[in-house]
Design a protein around this ligand. Structure first.
Ligand SMILES: [Zn+2]
Length: 272
């Protein structure tokens, strides 16, 4: 196993991400190490690629082993909903000096991939049951509460499994998927704070056949179900690194610039 990856696996979350949670989650570090062992032979890029690849023949669906929370998942019958279309990213949405960002996984060791297949995103590997928290103050955008992914069809819309997106006060949308549970009360339109729990990490959707991880995407807001934008349009790695180290680095300028150069958004362009 590459030493650099071992180092990442050993890295503790920065205290700035811990202080938001009073509850110590029971994490299965052994799972994480096993997950790393699985990919030793194929490298970090391949590890991130595994997030949404078709499953190998004969692979068995994994069952979440830990749900270290006292809060049950939402049992809403709606699979995707939100009250109104998201506004486009306003030019005046650049964050104020007071905007606070936190690493999106709290209470567990987590390792963020430095690349992603086909489009910008990061797969943050962590045991099942870790807290997925809002990286910034904002408003819940879309919530997917039912895992409809079918490995035989691998429909892009369904690859994320259980997922939550938040439009931050900075005008940027943040998306986390493959969750094992959505926190009770998390629904479209709800105002949330940086560090507030949105759900628990897991391996729903296409992560059913990979080590558990949080797929984390950064993008601009779109009308509902523009999943090809929602999954990520800007590399989140520099921001994840900054937040983990307690630096308040905003993706808003990069998102604005990328949106301008993206052109008309009519349909999915890659890995659809
Ligand atoms: Zn991914």
């Amino acid at each position: 196993m590459p030493n650099q990856y071992l180092d990442v696996l050993r890295a503790d979350l920065h205290p700035a991400t811990r202080h938001h949670r009073a509850t110590k989650l029971q994490c299965h570090v052994g799972n994480l190490v096993s997950a790393a062992a699985v990919v030793t032979g194929i490298g970090l890029l391949a590890l991130s690629t595994a997030c949404t690849s078709n499953p190998p023949a004969g692979d068995v669906a994994r069952t979440p082993t830990t749900s270290a929370t006292t809060t049950p998942p939402v049992t809403s019958t709606a699979t995707r909903s939100r009250p109104q279309p998201s506004p486009s990213l306003p030019s005046a949405s650049l964050p104020s000096a007071k905007t606070v960002y936190v690493f999106p996984i709290a209470g567990c060791k987590a390792s963020a991939s430095q690349s992603h297949h086909d489009y910008p995103a990061s797969d943050i590997f962590a045991p099942v049951g870790c807290e997925f928290v809002s990286p910034v103050d904002g408003r819940v955008d879309e919530v997917t509460t039912v895992d409809r992914w079918n490995p035989k069809t691998n429909i892009g819309r369904d690859r994320g499994g259980l997922a939550v997106s938040v439009v931050g006060v900075d005008g940027v949308r943040y998306y986390g998927s493959h969750l094992s549970a959505i926190t009770t009360g998390i629904k479209p339109g709800l105002q949330v704070r940086a560090g507030q729990r949105l759900g628990l990490t897991g391996n729903t959707g296409s992560a059913r056949v990979t080590p558990p991880h949080l797929h984390f995407g950064i993008s601009w807001p779109t009308p509902a179900n523009h999943w090809w934008i929602r999954r990520g349009t800007v590399p989140p790695q520099p921001f994840l690194t900054a937040w983990r180290n307690g630096r308040q680095l905003s993706p808003a300028p990069t998102v604005l610039k990328t949106k301008r150069t993206y052109g008309p958004d009519t349909t999915c362009r890659s890995y659809c």
